[in-house]
Ligand binder design. Sequence first.
Ligand code: ARG
Length: 596
Amino acid sequence: MKKLISLLQDRMEKAFQECGYDNEYGKVINSNRPDLCEFQCDGALAAAKRYKKPPFIIAEEVVEKCKDYKEFEKIEMIKPGFININVSKDLLTNYCNRIMNEEKFGCQMYKNKTVVIDYGGPNIAKPLHVGHLRPAIIGESIKRIHKFFDNNVIGDVHLGDWGLQMGLVIEELKFRHPDWDYFNENFDGEYCKEALFTVTDLEEIYPCANSKTKVSENATEEEKEKANEFKENARTNTAYLQEKKRGYYDLWKKIVEISVKDLKENYKKLNVFFDLWLGESDSQKYVKSMVEKMKDLGILYESNGAMVVDVQEPNDTTQINPCMVLKTGGVSCYQTTDLATIMQRQIDFNPDEIIYVVDKRQELHFIQVFRCARKAEIIDKDAKLIFLGFGTMNGKDGKPFKTRNGGVMRLENLIDEVNRKVYEKMRDSKEYSEEEKVKISKIVGLSALKYADLSNQISKDYIFDIDKFTSFEGKTGPYILYTLVRIKSILNKFYENNTIKENKILNPVEDIERQILLKISKYNQILEESYIENAPSKICTYLYELANIFNSYYQKVKILKEDSERLESNISLLSLLKRIFENGIELLGFEAPEKM
Ligand code: ARG
């Protein structure tokens, strides 16, 4: 279905042509003076140069032509040559009625693409912390938007399960439990089925192991040596792991199993779901053939013991260092796993696009990896590799968000804090049972967190402001939900004792009705833009503006008191609004409570 603005543009182009001008000047855009008009065309200003005529003359001729067209309710020339446009009531109303009958609100569906979305990216053996919030929230929304447009979308969590951190955890476990079968070279039986440790243990073990590799400036030689030895052992463990050495590999599998179970529960609380639970480790089986391929192409060479590929390009203004494909001793590093994963995805899915939702501070890493992947021809040359780098969530001091005592805040705790804030607002309400209040505050709390995050441009940093995010007024998730719940409750009240014959919206009478219809008519355009630009923030802004218009409509129009024809039209309008809000929040990744 064509966008409303394109329908107007078609007409405008025709008018330019009929007046003897090129139709390219008929471009229609949203008005940048909504107080004066709904749409505008600035083509006469551009045409003036080519046709050597004053722009207002051209505009006047075109406006005169357009008076015959039923698409425009008001069309006028404003000096020096702007054309201000209001759409006709009939067209606007018909358009909204058509949208009502379209499952996808009249969005244009694009060619079915296969898109892999790499998001989440948690590291095994560490609890989810606030740094994991953004990739989960943004990735989930991008995934839902791409699915809405009928793409074959694969969301992959891409666990960090193959690096030195695993070797460190193993080293610490070995230190604490040297007697475990996993570390006994001579053991050839079956390893213990039950887990010998819990996630909580792991969460304590990783930082402990990590601190053992660090020494203070004034450490003694002995302390330095100890730290070095610990790190060296961790490196050896990592190498063992990558060779799948018996015992070490089995212990690692247990660590992964326990961590993943916990991660799944935590992501579920965020309403975040992955299609694939693969990790860096799953790409290991492609490393050998990938390295062979690079050798055959003659792009791989040795540098200080490591194997690297040059990725500098002639137009670069800064130096881009070679991409490290293997570390000394043939050990896999972060670049290795990302490269081999590209190869794996190419073989498994032949994707049109791979989108990486990763901290923008990793941009250089991805520049190197993408260039190297292209040079090594491990990805189809038409496939797009997209780095969607996100900014940091900061505290009020402008620095990355921390707990009150300066530590990294666990994601669970942050979620609890937001939920508690929402709960406080409802604590004294007599309307809900205790159980309901807890349930509602979880749903509303999640909307606060997600909306606040997604309403910012992805690449921008933003400040975590719990009071602002959880407010029921202003550009917040709770405000959107509050509006949707209001719409639902009006509909419920109506449908308790009534039905309607036909879903049909009548021409607007009040100006506020016109404003709602105009906003509704643009939903498909907003969805397409947010899809093409990977910009959920566009949906956030749209829903906020729609909510504002609806709430003034609610103040001005007696929705349930009109005569029967208008009443049916009002109900149809509200049903459509409900669908739009529900679809919008679904794409953002949260839901609405029944009441709040
Ligand atoms: N695990 C990584 C980290 O914590 C993020 C992974 C991002 N995705 C990727 N394909 N590299 O930094």
